[in-house]
Design a protein around this ligand. Structure first.
Ligand code: SF4
Ligand code: FES
Length: 249
């Protein structure tokens, strides 16, 4: 395949970016989208030009590092697929592909296609964990019976990989789907109930502090989420938040 690439290039956080045009040739339709970018970067290096910076790590759809707005869609044209799991067979020979970074005030561009997602780390640090005694007396998790429905819903919420496609897709740049997944995964388990009130209050407080927008229930986040995180989690987050704020007054 031969492809025309229109890629966002930006030197650093403070500089002005612009779209640059490249052509890549001899791309196998079986290669992944990131492998296609690797080939472009090899070509650029051979010509003595600066390679395109983009985020990636596992390339298996589990770490949440890859991002990219591809032809106007977060993680590209496939549904329930991360950029690293997207393959070139989804594109046509001769096609022009637009590749841009996530765009949101709370996720500033660091370089080219790489954005600063540490806001998500700070939200997690505000409460996305459970405190357990690890001094050798830790109880085996399987000793706590949990209804299957709750365990399943908790597991579904826990599949959020923190990629931030939900923020990039949302017209308000809201992080509610991400935060709701992190709150819900614990809220449905007895182990998570112990710190549930502090967790939801602190995580929402940090989310607001980071400058993410409000949720207006358009549902774009759910459609573009590569892990199919359900909007039901946002309803759960709102219930948890209301109940926590009322009971702490
Ligand atoms: S909710 Fe979905 S889109 Fe948002 S961070 Fe989690 S996996 Fe990514
Ligand atoms: S590189 Fe890990 S999810 Fe894509």
């Amino acid at each position: 395949m031969k492809l025309n690439l229109k890629i966002w290039r930006q030197k650093n956080r403070d500089s002005k970016g612009k779209i640059a045009t490249y052509t890549v040739k001899n791309i196998s339709k079986d290669s992944s989208f990131l492998e296609m970018l690797d080939i472009l970067n090899n070509d650029l290096l051979e010509k003595g030009e600066e390679p395109v910076a983009f985020d990636h790590d596992c390339r298996e759809g589990i770490c949440g590092m890859c991002s990219l707005y591809i032809n106007g869609k977060a993680h590209g044209p496939d549904s329930r697929v991360t950029t690293c799991q997207l393959h070139m067979r989804k594109f046509n020979d001769g096609e022009t592909i637009y590749i841009e970074p996530w765009r949101a005030k709370a996720l500033p561009i660091i370089k080219d296609l790489v954005v600063d997602r540490t806001a998500f780390d700070r939200i997690q640090q505000a409460g996305g964990y459970i405190s357990v005694n690890t001094s050798g007396n830790t109880q085996d998790a399987n000793l706590t019976p949990i209804p299957k429905n709750d365990a399943d819903k908790s597991f579904d919420a826990a599949t959020c990989i923190g990629c931030a496609a939900c923020v990039a897709t949302c017209k308000n740049s809201s992080a509610m789907l991400f935060v709701s997944a992190k709150v819900s995964q614990y809220a449905m388990l007895p182990q998570g109930r112990v710190e549930a009130k502090e967790r939801v209050i602190n995580m929402v407080k940090q989310m607001d502090k980071e400058g993410f927008g409000n949720c207006s229930n358009t549902g774009a986040c759910e459609i573009e989420c590569p892990k199919g995180i359900s909007l039901e989690n946002i309803a759960k987050l709102n219930r948890e938040y209301l109940s926590a704020t009322l009971s702490t007054k």
